[in-house]
Design a protein around this ligand. Sequence first.
Ligand code: S3P
Length: 168
Amino acid sequence: MKKKIVLMGFMGAGKTTVGKYLSEKLSCEFLDTDECIEAAEGRKISEIFASDGEKAFRDMETALLKKLQEKETPFVLSIGGGMPVREENRALLRSLGTVVYLKTSKETILKRVAGDVSRPLLQGGELEEKITSLMKARESIYIETADRIIETDGRTPDELAEELLGVL
Ligand code: S3P
């Protein structure tokens, strides 16, 4: 098993929850790119998008991935759903470790993110339409980037973490 595991997937796929379970089972550190950026900036992702714009946030994501390349100890990393859209990030993610795509249906995502105000890309307008068009644009990117694809619908985070332990 490679020493670093990257959990990728759409907003609401459960990357952070599964990542925490998996890191406990592996007794290694857990990192979440959104949390790292919020801690470094001292403000919420929604505030970064509102005052600096999406491009600035994407630059912060790339800078963080570059910094993580230098980290030698093992970790499980949960990434923001839009991270792999940038080609440069895809190469960085793959060089970091094993990239797992947590694949989740639109119906499940819709249920999970309904009412969420923390994700700027899902605010305003029709939620289902936003999810449909973002998923359409990203699905092939996730598949192209992934070393492993795991279907998450109807499964608990603990079950998913166990399955990952078995296949990685
Ligand atoms: C984003 C996903 C979010 C966060 C930001 C943008 C995206 O992370 O990085 O709101 O572009 O899909 P989660 O996937 O953890 O919700």
